[in-house]
Design a protein around this ligand. Structure first.
Ligand SMILES: Nc1nc2c(ncn2[C@@H]2O[C@@H]3COP(=O)(O)O[C@H]4[C@@H](O)[C@H](n5cnc6c(=O)[nH]c(N)nc65)O[C@@H]4COP(=O)(O)O[C@H]3[C@H]2O)c(=O)[nH]1
Length: 823
């Protein structure tokens, strides 16, 4: 076998028994390579085995082993068989030459040696050897490549019989290349596989080189996928055979199939899940829409793809309706899974809104780069509506739809928190229907239920939006009244409740009468926790039941006492009004210089059954609260005007002042009432003076001015009562048509002893003079006070010093006889 490397110098072995020949030959080839020599056959074989000669110059005639024997031995050794053997002989006979070639020699040179010819021949053989070595090497390389390629390579003749194949181990078709040799393609591949290839053979015959995939069923039953390329070999315009290359694409096919399966699985999943799925590229442009997303957005996938996500999926806040950014943008920006905003709504293409819920997530490639995002959402309108319904059911009474105990508890807690902050009252009213159980049992539960529903409606009608009416079960209701300023309001509400329940009910054309016992507890007066409020309202209600039902009771004894007294007073006041037991007293207003009565002030009095008088200070505030002041005030005005008219007729031209409460002054019918009284009594208008406190005017300057101007137009005079105790704003004094300032008795009381009170009175008097107002000092009890007031410039005096409030008849007498000391 030839040595593989081409680089080493060629090796030349000279074998000749004649030393002279060896010398000549050595000289001749010295520069052509590594030269070795031997003088006999045996030595030559030993040297050849070591130096592996490319060219051997071999003498034929040698003692012992002759040249032919050496040649046979060299040829017999596979490592030396390729050496080019050139026989050297003195024989000229051609049979020697033939014999030499027969033994495997490649050339023949004659002795005597012609050195140039010998050199030329040896050079030729060295070159030939070199070329053949290169050829052998490239052949071997090619063979190595072919045999080691992970592919089947076969050459088939025009008759489709195997000529060559690289499958030496029979891995493809179970036949080694040798066994395949000469076999028809059909036999080699097997019938099934051949049928897959056969359709292409005609094209190959025509000179084409088709390429196609086939599924190879191997002899062991396994399936293998191959990509087949047939390369036609043509000579003289006809097909002389073809190359068949098959590469194993099983792994690729399996991967493709797995990919396809995976894709199919995803496709089926996305198309059949109940959630809507929309995918976008990294810029939020839609790339995929599943059928549910199509129906939820109203966009077909074909229309949606290529649109920005917000075009097909506009989102907004279900509460304030402001537009919301699609979570896909946040998912892309922050490269994380993002949940949708709470209470999110999707506007469908047709304008309908859906409550939606879910999330968006980025999609990454193998390197982790963001390639897009996906948003998954579903319609939660029904679920949300159901949740709202469930929450409502959990918090409301099924029969009346009123808040139940649980919701009430929460509301009470909130009300208490707020009341603590704002320092307000909270009232809890426990309303228990009296004898409802008996009624319910006798009329049947369904009618009973209707009655309870009607009770609930009536209670609700009486409440403000911030109040809570709750049913606790059975015939028990609770009313929570937050933000209460006064206990009186609570009493009024409770009384109203009691009364509306006491009004007859009509159910199924039958009339029913109910009553309620109401227990009230108050924060912070008698309870400071939710539990205490409940407990106390309950025991107050129990108390109401104990006392005979159909009544309102407070938990706190003090409140109860006060409220009862107040209630009693109100009832008596009403009765007094009806029975005409109110009476009007008069107190004189005296010109202190002239010692003459110039006017009187009408002051109401309530004469009780035992003859004692109740001070207006004790009942006027309640009369104002309950509105009773309107009829009371009308009565006083009428009485005062009538008396003044009578005195006038008797020759006493004195004015009469009447106190007008804020409630009266603000009443729409006030002016009308004044006009009617003037007309009815026939009093000279300028003799009537209405006393109004500062606070009444200051509350609403505009409407006060209108009323005062109307009074002035009528000729009625107006006095500011208790001047100096209220707002004392100079602005209203200047802007309003006022005639008289009444200096409050609180300044008068201490004016002699207290310099500052005296200074205030002096200032009020100066102010009155400046504004051209009349001045009256109230509550004057002593001579000193009179003197100081006179000295300061106030001449009209009212007070016990001259006259206490006295009945009409006494006043009449006083007018007749005049003041003591007067002329
Ligand atoms: N200590 C003391 N007191 C004196 C003296 N001179 C008069 N008084 C009392 O002072 C009050 C003067 O009436 P007022 O400031 O308008 O204050 C009145 C007025 O605001 C209101 N009032 C009385 N009658 C009526 C009425 O018919 N209608 C309205 N709306 N209020 C009335 O009730 C308040 C109290 O009335 P009265 O109890 O009659 O009390 C009267 C009168 O009796 C005195 O020298 N010393």
């Amino acid at each position: 076998m030839l040595r593989e490397s081409l680089d080493p110098a060629p090796v030349i072995l000279i074998i000749d028994d004649q030393a002279s020949n060896i010398r000549i030959l050595r000289e001749a080839v010295r520069d052509l390579g590594d030269v070795h020599f031997a003088t006999n056959g045996e030595t030559a074989l030993q040297i050849a085995a070591k130096c592996l000669p490319d060219v051997v110059l071999l003498d034929i005639e040698m003692p012992g082993m002759d040249g032919y024997a050496v040649c046979r031995a060299l040829k017999a050794d596979p490592k030396l068989a390729d050496a080019a053997i050139i026989f050297v002989t003195s024989h000229t006979r051609s049979e020697h030459e033939l014999q030499a070639l027969d033994h495997g020699g490649v050339d023949f040179v004659q002795k005597p040696l012609n050195v140039p010819i010998v050199r030329a021949r040896i050079k030729t053989h060295i070159a030939l050897r070199s070329e053949s070595k290169k050829l052998a090497l490239s052949q071997r390389n090619l063979q190595d490549v072919i045999h080691n390629l992970p592919a089947f390579i076969g050459y088939w003749g025009a008759d489709s019989c195997s000529v060559f194949c690289n499958d030496t181990r029979g891995q493809w078709f179970g036949l080694t290349a040798d066994a395949m040799h000469g076999q028809h393609l059909r036999r080699v591949m097997g019938e099934g596989n051949f049928l897959a290839v056969e359709p292409y053979l005609a094209a190959v015959q025509a000179g084409s080189s088709p390429s196609f995939d086939i599924k190879l069923r191997r002899r062991d039953g396994d399936v293998q996928y191959g990509q087949v390329t047939l390369v036609s070999r043509q000579a003289d315009g006809r097909c002389v055979g073809f190359l068949m290359l098959i590469t194993d694409i099983t792994a690729r096919k399996i991967a493709e199939s797995a990919l396809h399966d995976e894709k199919e699985r995803i496709r089926v999943t996305l198309n059949s899940i109940g959630d809507a799925v929309v995918a976008t590229d990294p810029h939020g442009i839609v790339t995929f829409v599943n059928p549910i997303a199509e129906s939820l957005t109203g966009w077909l996938a074909s229309e949606a793809v290529g649109q920005p996500i917000e075009a097909i999926m506009p989102l907004k806040d279900g509460g304030d309706q402001r537009p919301l950014q699609n979570p896909i943008y946040l998912a892309l920006k922050e490269e994380r899974v993002v949940g949708m905003a709470l209470n999110c709504q999707l506007r469908r293409r047709d304008g309908r809104d859906f409550d939606v819920e879910d999330s968006a997530a980025p999609i990454r490639d193998q390197e982790g780069r963001i390639t897009g995002a996906i948003v998954v959402f579903h319609d939660v309108s029904e679920a949300r509506a159901m949740a709202i319904k469930m929450t409502h059911l959990a918090n409301h009474d099924a029969l009346t739809n009123l808040p139940n105990r649980m919701l009430l508890q929460d509301r009470i807690q909130q009300a208490l928190q707020q009341a603590r902050r704002k320092q307000e009252r909270v009232a809890l009213l426990l309303i228990d229907l009296d004898n409802f159980k008996t009624i319910n049992d006798s009329i049947g539960h369904s009618t009973g239920d209707l009655l309870l529903q009607e009770v609930a409606q009536r209670l609700k009608r009486l409440c403000r939006s911030i109040d809570t009416v709750s049913r606790q079960g059975g015939d028990e209701f609770i009313l929570l009244l937050p933000e209460q300023q006064s206990i009186e309001t609570v009493v009024d509400i409770a009384e109203n409740l009691r009364q509306v329940i006491a009004e007859p009910f009509t159910v199924d054309q039958n009339r029913y009468e109910l009553s309620a016992s109401i227990g009230i507890s108050l924060f912070p007066d008698d309870s400071d926790t939710v539990e205490a409020l409940y407990r106390h309202a309950d025991s107050a209600m129990y108390q109401a039941k104990q006392e005979g039902r159909n009544r309102v009771r407070f938990f706190s004894a003090d409140i109860e006492h006060n409220m009862r007294a107040r209630h009693l007073l109100e009832q008596h006041m009403r009765a007094a009004l009806e029975q005409g037991v109110f009476t009007v007293f008069y107190q004189a207003k005296v010109d202190a210089r002239a010692q003459r009565i110039v006017g009187v002030e009408a002051l109401i009095r309530w004469r009780t059954g035992d003859g004692s008088l109740v001070s207006p200070a004790d009942f006027i505030p309640l009369a104002e609260e309950t509105g009773l002041i309107i009829p009371i005030g009308r009565y006083v005005l009428q009485q005062a005007c009538a008396d003044a008219r009578a005195w006038h007729e008797q020759g006493h031209l004195i004015s009469v002042s009447v106190n007008i409460s804020a409630v009266q002054f603000r009443e729409q019918s006030f002016l009308r009432m004044v006009k009617e009284t003037l007309a009815e009594t026939g009093i000279r208008h300028d003799l009537l003076e209405l006393e109004i406190t500062e606070g009444v005017l200051a509350r609403d300057l505009e409407s006060s001015r209108d009323t005062l101007q109307a009074l002035r137009k009528l000729g009625v005079r107006v006095a500011i009562d208790d001047f100096g105790t209220g707002y004392s704003s100079l602005a209203y004094l200047k802007r309003l048509p006022i005639d008289v300032l009444k200096i409050d008795q609180s300044f008068v009381r201490d004016m002699v002893a207290d310099e500052s009170d005296a200074a205030i009175i002096e200032a009020i008097i100066k102010l009155g003079h400046t504004l051209n107002l009349e001045l009256v000092a109230e509550g004057v009890e002593t001579h000193d006070q009179v003197q100081v007031l006179l000295a300061l410039g106030c001449e009209v005096i009212q007070g016990y010093f001259y006259c206490r409030p006295i009945p009409c008849i006494e006043m009449e007498q006083l007018l007749e006889r005049g003041l003591p000391g007067s002329t």
